[in-house]
Design a protein around this ligand. Sequence first.
Ligand code: GLA
Length: 377
Amino acid sequence: MNPATLAADFRARFGAQPRLFRAPGRINIIGEHTDYSEGFVLPAAIDRWCLVAAAPNGLARLRAVSQTFGEEMEADLSALAPRGDWADYVAGPAKTLLEAGLAVVGADLLIASDVPVGAGVSSSAALQVAVTRALLALSGLEADGVQVACWTRASENRFVGMPCGIMDSYASANGIENGALMLDCRSLQATPAPLPDDASFLLVNSMVSHRLVGGEYRQRREDCEAAARTLGVPTLRDLAEADLPAALRKLSGDAAKRCRHVVSENARVGRAETAMAAGDLAALGALMNQSHASLRDDMEVSLPVIDQLAAIAQATPGVHGARLMGGGFGGCVIALVDSAAAGDVQAAIAGAYGAVIGETPEAFVCRAVAGASEVFA
Ligand code: GLA
């Protein structure tokens, strides 16, 4: 993932000097399955990137090579259509910009990434944000990070067909160094939330890939929309915790559970922001544990093996709290750990969970970084 190496690979492949763009993956400290109800989330961009080398090709065509998948795609800009794999995250942003009326030029792209795929850290948003940034720049167009996030989400919703919210693309496009973003997914206003000095976020991959569960995610979203319709509110974001008892009397079954999750999770995000600002790691960790329980019991997006991983993490000395992160049904658990003990904590969790699944899980401590940008090799 060296920019100079990728630029050299690009020259060898396409015979031109590329510009380089990168977009990070993301963690989410808390605020899960709330973005598509226009609620609150607390994500941070992390030091894992999708890197794109790109140059105009003078043809009205998109040609892309993925080093990650060892595959290629090529299509006319006028005939971009989904093909059901990684190439949709390249063609989708191009099509979205064209549909916005922008004069996007034909381009060659070489793509590399160290954002783990299927781990719930938004490798797909990172790819789409990087491609969007590259295509805009090569076409001589400018856009701010919020606009880039909106286009990227539109690409994922309409071209890829995944009904995700704004969190992933927003964090990848607008992340800040050493901080999380307290994002209101209705107004799309974000407030910087500095991370604690003495604590770190550790990701441990459950090693269950979450890629096959678009249907479950869509169902959760529909459940939330149905609950909001029953309650006569635009989205579940419009309910405060104090409204919950009355709301739950009007709902039953899954709708009631989803509503309780979204309303309580939105409240937890606010409390987490306060705890983080006060450096209260115990309070922040407790909120993360509560979030996990709510995702397991009310949103029902966990799996037994992920509950085991979260329980192992929560019981490990040096951990303040841990929870399933991202859409669920696989991916990573995020743990808030004392920085001084991070190495030992990582080894202890990886060892105990590794014994459960029979392989060593991928695990890493991450650093919060700035959002997508051009890079200069
Ligand atoms: C996935 C989606 C996000 C968000 C999370 C759950 O990562 O892409 O928009 O809904 O799940 O919080």
